[in-house]
Design a protein around this ligand. Structure first.
Ligand SMILES: [Zn+2]
Length: 395
C-alpha cells in the first residue's frame, strides 16, 4: 500500500495498492498465456471487504501487457475477477451471503441494489462451476416445471446419480430436449447414458431414443402413481359428489385421505376411510387398486413384474371403474418403460426433489427470469446438500 485516505465522517477508507517488484510472470487475461512486456500501467478502483465500520475501496495497479498471441491485453489479476467495480474477496462475501439469504436481504446488508447483488452472485457461481469437476453422466432425469401463464413450461434435465440439475430449456417439446443432446453432450457422452427417468410424456421419450438409442426409458413411479391417484379421485367424485345431498357432505374434505398411502395413516384416519368404504364398495376397490399398483416396483425380474401387472389389470374386469380402465390402457401402452425398472433400478424421487428445490428458489426470490442464474443456484444448492450429507456421514 502506498497511499491511503480516511474519511471519518462518511466512514470510508480508500487504499492504493501495487504489487512488489518480483519475477512473477504476467498472465494474459484473454488466453492465459505468459507475457513479459508491460505496455502500460493503469489503476482500477474496486470495492473491497469493509474494515470495521468503514466501507473500503481499493485502487489496484495493474498492467496492460503485450501477449505473443493476442496482442496488447489486460493482464489477469486474481483480485479483479470481472469488469465490475468489486474485488474478488468482496464478490465472494456477497456470493456466500446469497447462499443463506434472499438477494433482497443481502442487498440491504451490503447497501447495494438487488440487481447488482444478483449479478455478483451469478459471477460467484460461474467461477465455482468452472473450477469444479463435473461428475460423469450415466443416468438422466427429465421432467418439466410449470412456470405460469407467460413462461409456460421449463424442461429440467438432471443427473440422477448426483441429484443435481444439469440443464434448463424453455418449453417442453421434443425439440426442446433435442437442444440439450445437441448442445451439451458430444457423441461419446450421449453413448454413455444408460437410463432415463421420465414421465409418460412422449416428446421426451422420442428425443431421448433418437439421440441415445441404447438408453433405457424408465417411467417415474411417482408420476405413474399420480395417475393412479387421479383415477381414485375421479371415482370419488363420480360416486359421491355427483349424487349430491348427504352423500356429497360425507366425502367432502376426504380427498387427501384417499390419496395417502395406507401405511402412512394412523388408526383414527384408517377408521374414517373404513367408514367411507362401508358406504361405497367401488371407492374401496379403487383405493385398493391404487395401493396394490405400488407393488409393481418391488419386482426384480421382468417376467414377474409383467405377470403382476396383467393380474392387476385382470381385477378390473366387471368392476365398471372407468378411470381405472383408462389407466390400464395407459400402462399397457407404456409397458416397456415400466418393466425396464427391473433392469435399471434408477432412484425415484430424485427428479421430484430437484423440482421441489427449484420451486422453492422461485418462491423465495423473484428475478429468476435469468434461467442461467436459476440453474447455477439450483446446482449449488444440490452440491451443498451433498457436501452436508458427506460431512454428517464423516462425523
Ligand atoms: Zn493472450
Amino acid at each position: 500500500m502506498y497511499r491511503h485516505e480516511i474519511d471519518e465522517e462518511k466512514r470510508t477508507l480508500k487504499l492504493w495498492v501495487r504489487r512488489k517488484k518480483s519475477n512473477k510472470a504476467l498472465i494474459c487475461s484473454v488466453c492465459g498465456g505468459r507475457c513479459s512486456q508491460i505496455e502500460e500501467v493503469r489503476d482500477r478502483e474496486v470495492r473491497d471487504l469493509p474494515w470495521r465500520k468503514y466501507q473500503t475501496t481499493v485502487v489496484v495497479e495493474y498492467y496492460r501487457v503485450r501477449c505473443p498471441k493476442c496482442g496488447v491485453k489486460v493482464e489477469a489479476v486474481g483480485q479483479l475477477p470481472s469488469k465490475a467495480p468489486f474485488s474478488k474477496d468482496f464478490e465472494d462475501a456477497v456470493g456466500l451471503a446469497c447462499e443463506a439469504a434472499a438477494a433482497r436481504q443481502v442487498a440491504r446488508q451490503f447497501q447495494l441494489p438487488a440487481s447488482t447483488v444478483r449479478a455478483i452472485d451469478q459471477r460467484y457461481l460461474e467461477r465455482w462451476a468452472k473450477n469444479r469437476k463435473k461428475p460423469a453422466l450415466r443416468q438422466i432425469g427429465v421432467d418439466e416445471i410449470y412456470l405460469g401463464k407467460t413462461q409456460k413450461f421449463l424442461t429440467v434435465v438432471s443427473n440422477l446419480e448426483t441429484g443435481e440439475p444439469l440443464w434448463f430449456g424453455q418449453d417442453r417439446q421434443q425439440e426442446t430436449l433435442d437442444r440439450f443432446f445437441q448442445e451439451e453432450l458430444n457423441a461419446l457422452q450421449r453413448g454413455r447414458i444408460t437410463a432415463a427417468c421420465v414421465d409418460m410424456w412422449e416428446p421426451f421419450t422420442a428425443s431421448i431414443l433418437q439421440w441415445s438409442p441404447q438408453c433405457r426409458i424408465v417411467y417415474d413411479k411417482f408420476h405413474v402413481m399420480q395417475h393412479a391417484n387421479q383415477a381414485v379421485d375421479e371415482v370419488r367424485r363420480a360416486e359421491f359428489f355427483r349424487k349430491g345431498g348427504p352423500m356429497r357432505g360425507l366425502v367432502k374434505g376426504k380427498r387427501w385421505l384417499l390419496l395417502t398411502r395406507w401405511v402412512n395413516l394412523d388408526d383414527p384416519k384408517r377408521q374414517l376411510l373404513n367408514e367411507l368404504f362401508k358406504l361405497n364398495r367401488k371407492l374401496m376397490k379403487a383405493y385398493l387398486l391404487k395401493e396394490s399398483l405400488d407393488q409393481l416396483w418391488t419386482y426384480t425380474y421382468e417376467g414377474a413384474a409383467r405377470r403382476y401387472l396383467h393380474q392387476w389389470i385382470d381385477q378390473l374386469r366387471w368392476q365398471r371403474l372407468e378411470p381405472f380402465q383408462k389407466l390400464a390402457a395407459l400402462l399397457l401402452r407404456h409397458l416397456e418403460g415400466l418393466l425396464n425398472y427391473c433392469h435399471v433400478p434408477v432412484r425415484f424421487g430424485v427428479v421430484e426433489a430437484i423440482n421441489g428445490n427449484i420451486k422453492a428458489l422461485l418462491r423465495r426470490g423473484r428475478g429468476y427470469k435469468n434461467l442461467r442464474y436459476l440453474l447455477l443456484k439450483a446446482q449449488r444448492l444440490a452440491a451443498l446438500k451433498t457436501e452436508f450429507l458427506l460431512l454428517r456421514r464423516a462425523a
